[in-house]
Design a protein around this ligand. Structure first.
Ligand SMILES: [Zn+2]
Length: 110
């Protein structure tokens, strides 16, 4: 075994992958809203009544149901925070694994 080679395999991608597939589900369930959201003037649009928000226009013209818009907004918000949480957990997990690795190395040296 090389000096840097470890037996611990880090797989932070797995969690990210499950978050991504959950995101795809939301996109499919709210396809028409996702399509409208792409028409917003600003890519970082929070759809909270900004200028050039395509969703606000669709809402005011009755092309978009308020209830559906609200649940989509809630869902995407939850998804964003779960992504953040997953990223935080990944960092904590990596630190924990590194600590174990170091402890093992120290034990092997004795
Ligand atoms: Zn918008």
């Amino acid at each position: 075994m090389s000096r840097n080679g470890g037996l611990l395999i880090d797989t932070p991608g797995m969690r990210a992958l499950s978050v991504v597939s959950a995101g795809d589900g939301v996109e499919q369930a709210f396809q028409e809203i996702e399509a409208l959201a792409r028409l917003c003037k600003y890519r970082s649009c929070s759809h909270a009544g900004e200028q050039g928000c395509a969703l606000a226009v669709a809402l005011s013209e009755g092309r978009l149901e308020r209830g559906r818009f609200d649940s989509w907004l809630r869902l995407t918000g939850e998804l964003a925070s779960s992504e953040l949480e997953a990223a935080r957990q990944d960092v904590a997990e990596r630190k924990r694994r590194k600590a174990i690795k170091v402890a093992h190395r120290r034990a092997a040296r004795k």
